[in-house]
Design a protein around this ligand. Structure first.
Ligand SMILES: CC(=O)NCC[C@H](N)C(=O)O
Ligand SMILES: [Fe+3]
Length: 134
């Protein structure tokens, strides 16, 4: 069994910071679980154009307020604590944070570790691992 601690992980290189968000990647590909698990903070006012063409993602909101819009049909879904949005069709989406939001994110296939979005808002299938194997 593997046991980790978010506060500890946030001090190490599992914490990836990007434009409008940061993600502490607690469970990654090299844990051989078949998915990855991250605690992601979306900064207040972030407006993220995302499109995970190579991955399936589900996102559970633990705190904060925002909305997610599916680009294909322009539908806007409010996000609040308890909301899970499930990108089952690799949906191109826009994520807007009215306040800072804390999210639990699961990716299949699992991320390697250091992924940040490419120009299309996707993650490449190949990426660098974080060297912190604890
Ligand atoms: C919620 C979201 O898509 N934020 C971007 C970061 C990504 N979810 C991640 O965990 O790496
Ligand atoms: Fe996402």
């Amino acid at each position: 069994m593997i046991v980790r601690n978010l506060q500890e992980a946030e001090k190490g290189n599992r914490r990836i910071v990007s434009e409008g968000w940061e993600s502490t990647r607690l469970l990654l590909k090299n844990d051989n679980m078949g998915f990855s698990f991250h605690i992601t903070t979306i900064y207040e006012g972030a407006n993220l154009n995302l499109h995970y063409q190579n991955h399936l993602e589900s996102v559970y909101c633990m705190s904060g307020e925002g909305e997610v819009e599916t680009v294909a049909d322009g539908k806007v879904y409010p996000i609040q604590p308890g909301t899970i949005y499930i990108l089952d069709k690799h949906d191109k989406h826009i994520l807007r944070a009215k306040t800072e939001m804390k999210m639990a994110c699961v990716f299949n296939p699992p991320l390697h570790g250091k992924e940040v979005h490419n120009a299309e808002g996707a993650y490449e299938l190949e990426a660098e691992e974080v060297s912190d194997n604890k």
